[in-house]
Ligand binder design. Sequence first.
Ligand SMILES: Cc1cc2nc3c(=O)[nH]c(=O)nc-3n(C[C@H](O)[C@H](O)[C@H](O)COP(=O)(O)O)c2cc1C
Length: 294
Amino acid sequence: MLKCEQFNKICSALDNCEHYQKFKVYKDKILALGNDSLEKTIAIAVALCLVCAVLVSFSAVALKPLQVHNKALDMKKNILDVAGLLQEGSDIDSAFAEKIEAKIVDLETGDYVEDMNVAEYDQRKAAKDPALSVAIPKNKDIAHIRVKAKFAKVFLVKEAGAIKSIILPVSGYGLWSTLYGFLSVDPDGQTVQSINFYDQAETPGLGGEVVNPDWRALWKGKKIYSETSADMSEPALSLIKGVVDNAKAGSQYQVDGLAGATLTSTGVSNLVKYWMSKEGFAPYLAKVRTDKGV
Ligand SMILES: Cc1cc2nc3c(=O)[nH]c(=O)nc-3n(C[C@H](O)[C@H](O)[C@H](O)COP(=O)(O)O)c2cc1C
């Protein structure tokens, strides 16, 4: 009833509107023209474009909150996955809230930053903000990302107050795209648990095999830093061309390269090296190693 009244109100407002009356006269004139008239064809095409533009704009605005929610949900899913906590059919939001704690780390000092809003901090956005990012000198930019955020958002899995997994965001250029992913490590800050890439555009079947579960499984137990080196800030882990011979010394620092995708493999090697170096998480991991309860 109320809707009907509102509709009538709109109709009478339109009837009193001078522009609408002009539009109606023009519309009737156009519709009276023959179908092969140029003026009618152009007017119909313009009207169709306007209707489509309104529909597209409306959908974009109306669906924005849903898109934002789905993006956040996908991110949580990836984090649970790299932590080995993703279960088919489980509720992602509640599993994430229950098991994962997000923290912000100052990459230079390796300390946690407590006075920033963790929930709102977006490291990828921060990397584009001059106030929150730093340019990477060319000779150090082995991951080819040019700029990095000063603060990283890491995720911890804790059990009875002790850290079980540290999940670190990593990114770097492959062959066609910047790959964004997570590397999860043991609280020793040295042993890899898993890796996953949630955003990349390498060729499916070649570089795109970075998402293949069989290849990802090869990372489990690999060591990041050489155990013989005194300085645990120079990463030793890299991808090799071909298959790793696990019987050989040093194989704990090697992962099979992707077949037919040496360039993406080099990109992955470089991004892991960069983010595990002093430029990335080495200062933080050094602190985690000495203070396991952080
Ligand atoms: C259409 C096309 C797509 C390719 N995509 C990739 C890719 O995503 N990643 C990659 O490393 N190499 C890709 N390559 C292959 C590279 O050009 C290069 O040959 C390869 O990385 C060398 O690896 P290999 O020495 O293991 O053969 C692609 C080649 C073609 C023709």
